[in-house]
Each structure stands twice: as C-alpha cells, then as structure tokens.
Design a protein around this ligand. Sequence first.
Ligand SMILES: Nc1ncnc2c1ncn2[C@@H]1O[C@H](COP(=O)(O)OP(=O)(O)OP(=O)(O)O)[C@@H](O)[C@H]1O
Ligand SMILES: [Mg+2]
Length: 376
Amino acid sequence: MSSVSSQRPGPRAGSATAEAVVNALPHPVITVAEDNRLVDANVAAEAFFEASLAVLVRHRLQEFVPFGSPILSLVEQVRTRGAAVNEYRVDLGTPRNGGERIVDIHVAPLSEVTGHVVIMLQERTIADKMDRQLTHRGAARSVTALASMLAHEIKNPLSGIRGAAQLLELSASDDDRSLTRLITDEADRIVKLVDRMEVFSDERPIEREPVNIHAVLEHVRTLATTGFARHIRFVEEYDPSLPPVLANRDQLIQVFLNLVKNAAEAIGDSPDGEIQLTTAFRPGVRLMMPGAPARVSLPLEFCVRDNGPGVPEDLMPHLFDPFVTTKPTGTGLGLALVAKIVGDHGGIIECDSQPRRTTFRVLMPMYRASRGDEKS
Ligand SMILES: Nc1ncnc2c1ncn2[C@@H]1O[C@H](COP(=O)(O)OP(=O)(O)OP(=O)(O)O)[C@@H](O)[C@H]1O
Ligand SMILES: [Mg+2]
C-alpha cells in the first residue's frame, strides 16, 4: 500500500523490474496504441506532460503536443516502416507546458503488440541547443577577421624580410649564412601558418558538385596509411546506397584528413590503434539552424572514430575554436577549419568522446537535383 507504484493505476506491460527500470530513467517514455491513445508512461513522462498516468491514458498523443507536431508523423512513419526513427531538436512546447521544450525524439515499434509504438524524449536545455548550433559558426567568424588582418599585415612585410635575408646570404660568411637561413625558414613557416588561416577569410562561394563520399574517404585513408597512420588499423563501415553529397571535393578531403590526422595523433604509438570510418543515411535527423526558417534535414552521416584516450573534458566546450590545442607543435586550426568547411556546406559537426571511443560526426544535407535545402 505504501509503495509509490501501488498508487499508479493502469495496466503496465512487463514485470515489476522492467517497470522499475523504465521509471528510473530520467527521460520521458510513453507507449501509444494504434489510435495514438497513450497506454503507458513512466514517471518522467508524467512530469514532462504535467499529468498523472491516470489522466494521460485517457487522451491521445495529439492532445499533449503542439498542433501538427512532427512527433505524430514520426509515429506514423514507425508504424508503416516497422523500424525505429529519431528526430532531433523538436519543440514540444505548448502554452500548457510553458513554452519552449526542445527534445530529441526516439520512436520505436513495440514488437509484441501491432501498432503500439514506444516514444522516448530527451530534453535539451536551451543553453545546450544554442551552444551546439553556434559553436562552430562563432569559431569560424572570430577567426575570419583575424585571418584577413594577418594576411595583409604579416605576409607583405614577411616577403620583404625574406627577400632581404636572401640578399644578405649572398655576401654572408658561412657562420652568418646559418642565421640568414634561419630567417628565411622561419619566415616560410609563418607564411604557411598565415596561408592556412587565409582559408577562413575566403568568403567566395564554394564550387560544389555531387561527390561520392566513399571515394573521398578512401582517398583520405590511402593518404593516411601511406603516411602518418601507417601503424593504425582502419575499419570501414559504409552504406553503399548513400547518395552523393553536394560538396567541394577538395574541402571534403581536408575535413576528413584533419579528422583522421587528429585520430591518429590521439592514438599515438599504441599497438592496437584503430580508426573507424562509417557512413550512414539517417533521414530522421532534422535540426534547427540559425537563420533557417524551418528545420533542416541532415540525413547524411559520416563518422571518424578512434580508440585513443579521448578529448580532455575541459577542452570539449572549445574544441572547434581556433588556436585550441594540446599538442606542442599544433596550431589548433585543424578543427576550426573542419567546422568552417562543414558549416559552409550547410552541415554540422559534433563530437562525443570517452576514453577508447571518440567520435567526430559530420551531418550533411542531402543533394537535390534542383535547388536543394543545403544552403546554410
Ligand atoms: N580524436 C581526438 N582524440 C583526442 N583529442 C582530440 C582528437 N581530435 C582533436 N583532439 C583535441 O583537440 C585539439 C584541437 O585539435 P585541432 O585539430 O583543432 O588542432 P591540433 O590537432 O592540435 O593542431 P593542428 O590540427 O594544427 O595540427 C587537439 O590538440 C587535441 O587535444
Ligand atoms: Mg589537428
């Protein structure tokens, strides 16, 4: 009598243990029947919808979500396809539950009962939402101004310095010649750095064409295994039916080369180092992007995963910022450049990291023969 669950009416599937597990989850989980009537909900769902299970089971899903919410079509989609679907960053806010409630939605068919579907919601805080959307764009912007300034203010005087050192070299003694060499070498190094940064200030529209991502990944893998990642095992998991991505091939190569290089550097000399390259089609992924009126669909997913030690936790919030590096000779421009290119292509990049499993995930819009929605 005194247990909490005894006060919770309604039929519940499964054993008491399964129920306890579902109730322990911090995320709302609900089950709906064929007519979208709610038949079950966990404690987190009661809190989310601000109604007890007894009340919830008297209503249909559409009564708790905004009019025309994509969650309804997701549920339908799961019923017809019989497979799970996810959608990210959907606003389930209604005047009733107090405005904006951004959630990731995971919908799966319940195999035991035809037409029944399980929905799990994962709430996103607003801060999290802003953070992820703006990280790479902000990073690219802040480096843009700096890059164009550097290009003008540093490269010209540098070429003067370099030229002067070369002239001196002609009449220098052997001892002094090593000094003039030092000047030219260091000048070259700075020019290289500035060149790398100049990409950020390049505001020209990129030339894009349908690109086969698998050819790009294979190219990057070949470059890696014949060079800096000779000792590392590569594992590929490609979805061969993946459509082409509308992109600039050279820039895509740069993206994946940087990611694979970072992965190889994280692995270091470890004898069981492994880098996994995967591609997948995820039509359920839709996101709010700054400046875009509607959610943008980013169904093309490309991942680079490594089994290195992982990204240091304190680095995570600034990972895509320029000049963030833990390497003695790193510039910290690799990931900022990657984020800039992915953003220019209308996509996003995110990172999940834990020891022995670090994943950089690039999500890109789908190429459409007419004008697509790939504009950012
Ligand atoms: N796969 C990874 N595993 C662990 N840490 C990573 C990984 N990728 C990036 N990092 C961390 O993020 C930092 C920034 O990476 P980024 O590519 O921007 O610069 P960098 O690799 O340090 O320098 P550069 O790319 O110029 O050689 C790295 O110094 C490293 O600490
Ligand atoms: Mg790098």
